[in-house]
Design a protein around this ligand. Structure first.
Ligand code: GLA
Length: 397
């Protein structure tokens, strides 16, 4: 993570170079890693993510017409569009996330005007750490900072999710945008994805670190398999409704209900539903354990979650399994699992402070020996969600 102060200074300098004026506001919004509760968000269930110390920064000022000019310093690319007719950019695909946010604000009749924007992010792209959600939320939050429209944090998360679903065309759940907007320093966020109630859960009270390990595997299958899993969960609900007429999502099915009626489901759908029902239960149990400071117990649930994602939900892959097994073999690791949608991307491990160096060395070596490439490892801290940033404007103007 490059120093935020240096990055924000560079972003201001670039803004002045491109647009000839100082930005009117600057914000940041983080990426995320989910500790437990995987594939539960679109089943109206529970999740427990943290916002991380890698984020997207956005500086902006009104353009005084209806033009939005987006400059990405990571890619050194510019994408320009008019608020009079918001269309997709087929070349600069990254710009479809902020375009979608502007499009959604218009659909909600929230008045915004054109803006000039510079963007800089250090959330690794394509690694499953929600760089796109952090860009959406950063842009929405930056627009709110200058146009001052009323919108709660949860409302903004939903708006950004809809931008991703309906404009960018990715059928994600609510978790990523929610944690990027509302994360809390030193805490995980327990989110009820049906009611959108949330509760910070203290995390780092007892000398532990969260280590994210990127397999660097391209997540080729992820979109189609993600949609298949969603459809299988819906099918499970339709079938279980015959016995449990009150349910509208797998969130409503208890472990006891599932024991009674799960056998009625066809085998694949049954495995998918079994994962979701138990994973929701694991999140509730995790919150209890973490509040009691029982990191060992929580770590075991993380491990169980991985096994369930591997064997029942079938969204893991060799690279993720190798990384997780390597972590399980290091003394001082409380728990380790794949995180995010799966089929590549990252694992998350909870590691005792005293074991961090050992972890970095041994997991890296073992992954390299078995997969042939060195993974990227990130020691992460739980951070606040979207925030405005202070910045200095140089004298030249
Ligand atoms: C992706 C989606 C999230 C969530 C996870 C799986 O990250 O964007 O909404 O469904 O997969 O838990």
């Amino acid at each position: 993570m490059a120093d935020i102060e240096n990055r924000s200074k560079d972003l201001v300098d670039k803004f002045i170079e491109l647009y000839g004026v100082a930005p009117a506001a600057m914000v940041k919004s983080p990426g995320r890693v989910n500790l437990i509760g995987e594939h539960t968000d679109y089943n109206d269930g529970y999740v427990l993510p943290i916002a991380i110390n890698y984020e997207t920064m956005v500086a902006l000022a009104p353009s005084n017409d209806s033009t939005v000019c987006l400059y990405s310093s990571n890619l050194d690319r510019t994408s320009v569009f008019s608020l009079d007719k918001i269309v997709h950019d087929r070349i600069n695909k990254w710009s479809n996330y902020p375009r979608g946010v502007a499009w959604m604000l218009q659909r909600k009749n929230i008045p915004i005007e054109g803006v000039n924007v510079t963007i800089d992010g250090d959330v690794p792209m394509g690694a499953g750490l929600s760089s796109s959600a952090s860009l959406e939320v950063a842009f929405a939050f930056a627009l709110q900072a200058i146009f001052e429209f009323e919108m709660s944090g949860a409302e903004m998360a939903v708006l950004c999710q809809k931008a991703e679903n309906d404009f960018a065309g990715v059928k994600c759940g609510i978790m990523d945008q929610f944690i990027s907007r509302l994360g809390k320093k030193d805490h995980a966020l327990f989110i009820d994805c049906r009611t959108l109630d949330y509760q910070p859960v203290p995390l780092l009270q007892s000398g532990i670190k969260v280590i994210v390990a990127d397999t660097l595997k391209k997540r080729g299958l992820v979109d189609s398999e993600y949609n298949t899993r969603r459809a299988q969960c819906e099918e499970a609900v339709t079938l279980l409704k015959r016995r449990l007429p009150g349910i509208t999502a797998l969130r409503d099915v208890s472990v006891a209900d599932f024991r009674k009626y799960g056998m009625d489901l066809p085998p694949t759908v049954r495995r998918r539903a079994e994962h979701i029902v138990h994973e929701n239960d694991r999140v509730l149990e995790s919150v209890k354990l973490l509040k009691q400071g029982n990191i060992e117990g929580f770590g075991k649930l993380m491990n169980e979650s991985h096994i369930s994602l591997r064997d029942l939900y079938e969204v893991s892959c060799r690279e993720l399994d190798v990384m997780v097994e390597a972590a399980w073999n290091v003394k001082g690791v409380y728990g380790s699992r794949m995180t995010g949608a799966g089929f590549g991307g990252c694992t998350v491990s909870l590691v005792d402070d005293s074991a961090v160096d050992d972890f970095l060395k041994r997991v890296s070596n073992e992954y390299k020996a078995r997969i042939g490439i060195a993974p990227k490892l990130y020691v992460c801290t739980p951070e606040n969600g979207a925030e405005q940033l202070e910045y200095e404007v140089p004298e030249i103007i």
